[in-house]
Design a protein around this ligand. Sequence first.
Ligand SMILES: NC(=O)c1ccc[n+]([C@@H]2O[C@H](COP(=O)([O-])OP(=O)(O)OC[C@H]3O[C@@H](n4cnc5c(N)ncnc54)[C@H](O)[C@@H]3O)[C@@H](O)[C@H]2O)c1
Ligand SMILES: O=C(O)C1=N[C@H](C(=O)O)CCC1
Length: 269
Amino acid sequence: MTDKPGIVITGASGRMGQMLIKTVLDSDKAELAGVVEREGHDWVGQDIGIAMGGAALGVVVTDDAGSAFAGAQAVIDFTAPQATIAFSKLAAEAGCVHVIGTTGMSEAEIAQLDPAAQDTVLVRAGNMSLGVNLLVQLTKKVAAALDEDFDIEVIEAHHHHKVDAPSGTALMLGEAAAEGRGVALAEVSDRGRDGITGARKKGDIGFSAIRGGDIVGEHDVLFAAAGERIVLRHMATDRAIFARGALKAALWGQGKDAGAYDMIDVLGL
Ligand SMILES: NC(=O)c1ccc[n+]([C@@H]2O[C@H](COP(=O)([O-])OP(=O)(O)OC[C@H]3O[C@@H](n4cnc5c(N)ncnc54)[C@H](O)[C@@H]3O)[C@@H](O)[C@H]2O)c1
Ligand SMILES: O=C(O)C1=N[C@H](C(=O)O)CCC1
């Protein structure tokens, strides 16, 4: 028996799932309480240490999320939108802090997380790294200082496995730029230009997505005017930055009031 929070990692075999498991195992502030994979995955039923190519750890991969969450203090979830919605209900029932890194959720899907946030602490962010959350605040500040003579473009690059675009981070940066300008992103967002698009509309916030190789995640916010340009840039070279942020959020959430939070809250930025 220990007083360290027990953490369950969902999507155990994923790029982030494996990084999160290593991060929790390396931490002296938390314990690995369980690991979850989707039904039918060949890791289900295996010891997670062996499945990841190492020694047995005594934690078996399960597809029964409800049982895994019972008795744990937090769930860290980097999976897929529908899985995350289902996990939010189970985490709330179990009284677990739910840290959500899953991206590509529509507004309607995000709204389905609201009932869980009435009952438990839910921390959701499209990017859990300190650097990107700082960049979000810088973007808001720069956008507030400049007028519409500066065209704003968010350019992102990720590995070729990524399934959603724009990235969650790009959307956070776009939201920050829109907030700085005092406009609603939905009104000014320009995504997926192709063909005879017409000239750029003043005040729009544009998005471009590059997909290739093993790029972990790169984001530029470009402010382009006649005669000068400002570029705010974040480059991730190691997924550990996202996992460290997620673990920080899981620990921060212990004992907090139920509600929906983000990494700006966690990091106090
Ligand atoms: N917020 C951040 O800081 C951040 C950082 C990196 C990645 N992400 C996001 O995290 C998500 C996962 O990224 P990834 O690169 O690890 O993807 P991945 O495809 O490598 O991993 C996803 C895992 O989720 C599992 N999964 C899917 N449905 C499930 C279910 N119902 N039950 C249990 N497991 C399920 C899959 O089997 C897979 O193992 C993506 O949405 C990505 O954009 C967010
Ligand atoms: O690898 C991914 O997928 C990433 N997703 C997040 C996003 O959509 O912004 C964060 C960066 C890595």
